[in-house]
Design a protein around this ligand. Structure first.
Ligand code: 2RA
Length: 329
């Protein structure tokens, strides 16, 4: 019989993308769409069937085999116990459980073996982490990364539908105030994503450090990250310098990336070929380019690259659905 799968937070940017990914990847199932009371009754189509959004309540997970979580942390923490009580296995896109030692944190191209260790919850990494590590994984295997210095250029979609609306509104009328950001985002950059700690490091900046160590099973990786919100709709871009244990070989790096899972090598700068959000949006690959030796490091242990990936797809929904596919095998 068909599995019953629920999308929790079905009407948000990520929840809607999860629905599209399930259909694209032909995951035939009994689909349940759960959301807040104000979305109850909305109808979406899945596999040519009309499905009506139900209000998320304590009993929503009865007879649900798997759930894809697409709600913010505080909401996720209210319904997760209901899902666990019902025996539903959850792939959660919030950051609530990512660092919990009992919860696998998974990018299927990197550590799929961790999925089976789950005790009911598998966490989907942060979008900026997924996009960076899909690009870096093969380089870590070859050169062993000691430290990464990252600047991110994060799309407004990371702040959900409100973030998308802010950019759409302000491009037409810059006087319209932001709902999702502390300042106007059109024609601007905001070097803050999440609250700052006492060291002036934002919540988003800590995620790359903490999640990379867990996903790569390497507690020694050091990350220096600056996360910036940019007026781009749905793709995150990242400028990354890696300092490695071994001497780096840029040609070798290109060959590895050309065959790396989830990666598209887009690297011919002389011909103006490099990753850009307009090319990466609404598809699942992480584009990697601008690969070059870091000539500021005389030890030849450092290399620089630039990558872009769709935040709603590979940065969230697609990665979660890939984890679900592994669970369904
Ligand atoms: C953001 N990565 O971009 C965070 C959450 N999606 O806002």
């Amino acid at each position: 019989s068909k599995e019953t799968i629920a999308i929790v937070g079905a009407t948000g940017a990520v929840g809607q993308q999860m629905l599209q990914c399930l259909e694209e990847r032909k995951i035939d199932c009994n689909l349940k769409l759960l959301a807040s009371a104000r979305s109850k009754g909305k109808v979406f189509t899945f596999m040519d069937q009309d499905i009506t959004v139900e209000e998320l309540t304590e009993n929503s997970f009865e007879n649900v085999d798997y759930a894809l979580g697409a709600t913010e942390n505080d909401i996720t923490k209210t319904w997760m116990p209901w899902a666990q009580k019902a025996g539903t296995i959850v792939v959660d896109n919030s950051s609530a459980y990512r660092l919990d030692p009992n919860v696998p944190l998974v990018i299927p191209e990197i550590n799929p073996e961790d999925i089976q260790k789950n005790q009911g919850i598998i966490a989907n990494p942060n979008c900026a982490t997924i996009i960076a590590l899909v690009a870096l994984h093969v380089l870590h295997q070859e050169f062993k990364i000691k430290r990464m210095i990252v600047s991110t250029y994060q799309a407004v979609s990371g702040a959900g539908v409100k973030g998308i609306q802010d950019l759409e509104n302000q491009v037409k009328d810059p006087s319209i105030p932001s709902q999702a950001f502390p300042y106007p985002i059109a024609y601007n950059l905001i070097p803050q994503i999440g609250d700052f700690d006492e060291n002036g490091i934002s919540k988003e900046e800590w995620k790359l450090q903490n999640e990379s160590c867990k996903i790569l099973h390497d507690p020694d990786i050091l990350v220096n990250c600056t996360c910036v919100r940019v007026p781009i709709m749905r793709s995150h871009s990242e400028s990354i310098t890696i300092e490695c244990e071994k001497e780096v070989d840029v040609q070798k790096a290109r060959e590895l990336l050309a065959h790396a899972p989830g990666v598209k090598l887009v690297d011919d700068p002389q011909n103006k070929i490099y990753p850009m959000p307009l090319d990466t949006s609404d598809q699942d690959l992480v584009y990697v380019g601008r690969i070059r030796e870091d000539l500021s490091d005389p030890s030849k242990h450092s290399m620089i690259l630039f990558c872009c990936g769709d935040q709603i797809r590979k940065g969230a929904a697609t990665n979660a659905v890939q984890i679900l596919e592994e669970l369904l095998k």
